[in-house]
Design a binder for this molecule. Structure first.
Ligand code: NAP
Ligand code: MG
Length: 407
């Protein structure tokens, strides 16, 4: 046995809930710790620990990413009324992802993990489509009022210096709801730069789309910022690499995405990104478990996670002693991407190489061995050699990994 790969600096590890917590531990135990002298700064984001710490642990974990630069996150429960009852929580704590994204102010890039045996539902798609989601503001930090009678409302902005701006909603003729949302230039600029840089790094075209014909102040500001930053900072580099920046109206973009052959980054505002990342991933690979999710912040902070949730239904079956076939691929990729990033920052080639080999081992297991979990088997073209449990799948990956590492 060769010696383990060492790490200079830790990655921030955020543990999570339910089935993904179980898989998280297995992935570490079987696929990471035997080969890497894993250094992590551990934060337990289990819903009960968030409750116990009044959610402080979530804030501490996000701050730790600012300190160390790199974090990996397991899926976590966002409590709703049912969950409050189930776990006897003090309250419906906010989404940890929301909290963390707000603190890091990053852009989330979601890309399908493509395997040859799964054909995209959209038959024109040949190359991956990466959805870049602005992870700050809009309805995710919006406020709302439900009103019961006819009336009126206005939005008043007061500057710290005492300047005031006011706009009125149309008169309300009866009961209804209203909403106020905001964003900040600095965050939109960070979003724009992150997506231009990602496009350059991966030599892909960049698409950006909003509804600026209707949202003449809000969305128009996004468009303006993207154009200005492109012209000033990225136009030359794009030209050199022979890649393009295209702005569309969001509905036009959707039609074009479906008719395209893929191979570009699609920058989306927060809500569009929430919806279209699920749309693209489902249409591309059919399961959120074959999807990477990476957050890049303007300051260079990085967080990787799985795009799916805690897979509650599988967990309850697992608790009853059933063997489950939950797919750990996205969780494995959360680790490989985090460790790769750590290795790149620290100049640790062995760690980078290990991460790439582990990803290769996952793909080999599905593509060449044709061993897969149930969700993938439901989508894959025959032949399928074996539909396996999570543990068996991890063991099959481990075999391929050891071959690739020549152990
Ligand atoms: P989910 O955990 O993503 O699971 C929904 C369904 O998708 C599962 O029941 C399963 O379908 C399938 N699925 C998801 N991941 C899979 C995997 N790795 N392998 C195989 N199948 C997979 O979404 P949810 O049930 O709506 O949410 C559960 C909890 O997760 C909620 O408390 C929610 O707050 C939380 N959540 C967290 C995050 C996050 O931390 N990033 C994101 C979303 C949701 P079948 O049952 O049909 O097999
Ligand atoms: Mg979503």
């Amino acid at each position: 046995m060769k010696s383990k790969i060492s790490m200079d600096k830790p990655v921030v590890e955020m543990d999570g809930d339910e089935m993904t917590r179980v898989l998280w531990a297995w992935v570490k135990e079987k696929l990471l710790m035997p080969y890497v002298d894993l250094k992590t700064e551990y934060y337990d984001l289990h819903v009960l620990n968030r409750d116990k710490t009044n959610d402080q642990v979530t804030f501490q974990a996000a701050e730790a990413v600012k300190k160390w630069g790199v974090g990996v996150k397991c899926a976590t429960i966002t409590p709703n009324a049912e969950r409050v009852k189930e776990f006897n929580l003090k309250k419906e704590w906010p989404s940890p992802n929301g909290t963390i994204r707000k603190i890091l102010d990053g852009t989330v890039f979601r890309a399908p993990i493509t395997v040859k045996s799964i054909q995209p539902a959209v038959r024109f798609w040949k190359k991956p489509i990466v959805v870049a989601r602005h992870a700050f503001g809009d309805i995710y930090d919006g406020i709302g009022i439900r009103f019961e009678e006819p009336g009126s409302a206005e939005i008043v902005y007061k500057s710290e210096k005492g300047n005031e701006k006011k706009v009125s909603y149309p008169k309300f003729s009866g009961p209804g709801v209203l909403q106020g949302v905001y964003n900040l230039d600095k965050s939109i600029e960070g979003f724009a730069r992150a997506t231009f840089k990602y496009a350059i790094m991966n030599k892909m075209d960049l698409w950006f789309a909003t509804k600026d014909t209707i949202s003449k102040v809000y969305d128009a500001r996004f468009k303006e910022i993207f154009n200005t930053i492109f012209e000033k900072e990225f136009k030359e580099e794009f030209k050199k690499l022979n890649i393009n920046y295209n702005y569309y109206l969001i509905d036009d973009a959707v039609a074009r995405v479906v008719r395209s052959e893929g191979g570009f980054v699609w920058a989306c505002k927060n809500y569009d990104g929430d919806v279209f990342s699920d749309f693209v991933s489902t249409a591309y690979v059919g399961t959120l478990a074959l999807m990477t999710s990476e957050l890049f912040s303007p300051e260079g902070y990085y967080l990787s996670e799985a795009a799916h949730g805690t897979v509650q239904r599988h967990y309850y079956r697992y608790l009853k002693g059933e063997k489950v076939s939950t797919n750990p691929t996205a969780l494995i990729y959360a680790w490989t991407r985090g460790l790769k990033r750590r290795g790149e920052i620290d100049g640790n080639k062995d760690l980078v190489n290990f991460s790439l080999k582990l990803e290769e081992a996952v793909i080999k297991t599905i593509e060449d061995d044709r061993i897969m979990t149930q969700d993938v088997a439901n989508l894959a073209e025959p032949p399928i050699k074996a539909v396996v449990t999570s543990e068996e799948f991890i063991d099959a990956i481990k075999k391929n990994l050891e071959k690739l590492l020549k152990l």
